[in-house]
Design a protein around this ligand. Structure first.
Ligand code: KIV
Length: 288
């Protein structure tokens, strides 16, 4: 007789998958846009941790492990300092915490721009080590050959045009793009180039409404906007922004909660209870 012993590793924090559910796929997201219309609109939020992924997954079509984690999680001043190791660690956590949404991981600055081969080596590592379904990269016409190279080799790519934060040192600020005609024309050409190269979806960030509308109408794949008006096929926000975790909220963000104030109040209540020797209470003590 053989006995199989299994180690009980689950804890209340490593919460289980609720039910067997089929994950959405990249082709399903791509197919959501038909004859220029996307119904229902695509819902994407950023996620960086397993627990947040568990909470967001039932509501989202896509979870983006954005390199915004550099600012949100690590307190960096720009995304330029984000490393591949950070993206892989958080990407794997989000995949573990989700069961339905398509998980997309940002390729960080300096890990894909040098050549299509460099981009493929990075993207392959990201997909292999995280289990994510796709990568996102910033850039337009100059990255189109790289997008095509990746897609032809089995790597689904989400594009990112308009305001591209990894280029902050060139741009000089995070203001909305496409206010002048020449820049608007460039961004539209960027969107067309990466869409035609095979992106299954595009993020368009921080652009004026007429340009967001033009980009959305110009490409066949879904366009997901952030600071890009309701004209897009879907929307994405940085999760900590929409939860009200920061004092400063950019114009395009709606705060769906005021979590910073609620966390501060909870921490204050805890501190008061400890100092008053009211915590732990009777119900919170192990007895022999
Ligand atoms: O890094 C990120 O969170 C992003 C979103 C702003 C789209 O790229």
């Amino acid at each position: 007789m053989s006995t199989t012993l299994t180690l009980e590793t689950s804890t209340s924090r490593a919460h289980p998958v609720p039910e067997p559910v089929r994950r959405l796929t990249v082709p399903a997201i791509r197919a959501r846009k038909r004859q220029g219309r996307t119904e229902p609109p695509i819902v994407m939020l950023t996620a960086y941790t397993a627990r947040m992924a568990q909470l967001l997954d039932p509501h989202c079509d896509l979870l983006l492990v954005g390199d915004s984690l550099g600012q949100v999680i690590y307190g960096l001043d720009t995304t330029v300092k984000v490393t591949l190791e950070m993206m892989i660690a958080h990407g794997a956590a989000v995949v573990r915490g989700s069961w339905r949404a398509v998980v997309v991981v940002d390729l960080p600055f300096g890990t894909y721009e040098a050549s299509p081969e460099q981009a493929f080596a990075t993207a392959a590592r990201v997909l292999r080590e995280t289990g994510a379904a796709a990568v996102k990269l910033e850039g337009g016409e100059r990255l189109a050959a790289t997008v095509r190279f990746l897609v032809e080799r089995g790597v689904p790519v989400m594009g990112h045009v308009g305001l591209t934060p990894q280029a902050i040192n060139l741009l000089g600020g995070y203001g909305a793009r496409g206010r002048d005609e020449a820049e608007a024309r460039r961004i539209l050409a960027d969107a067309r180039a990466v869409a035609e190269a095979g992106c299954f979806a595009l993020v368009v960030e921080g652009v004026v409404e007429p340009l967001a509308r033009a980009v959305t109408q110009a490409v066949d794949c879904p366009v997901i906007g952030i600071g890009a008006s309701p004209a897009c096929d879907g929307q994405v926000l940085v999760i900590d922004d929409m939860l009200g975790m920061f004092e400063r909220t950019p114009r395009f963000v709606r705060r769906f909660d005021d979590l910073a104030a609620r966390i501060s109040a909870a921490a204050g209540a805890y501190a008061d209870a400890v100092r008053a020797r009211q915590f732990p209470g009777e119900a919170e003590v192990y007895r022999p």
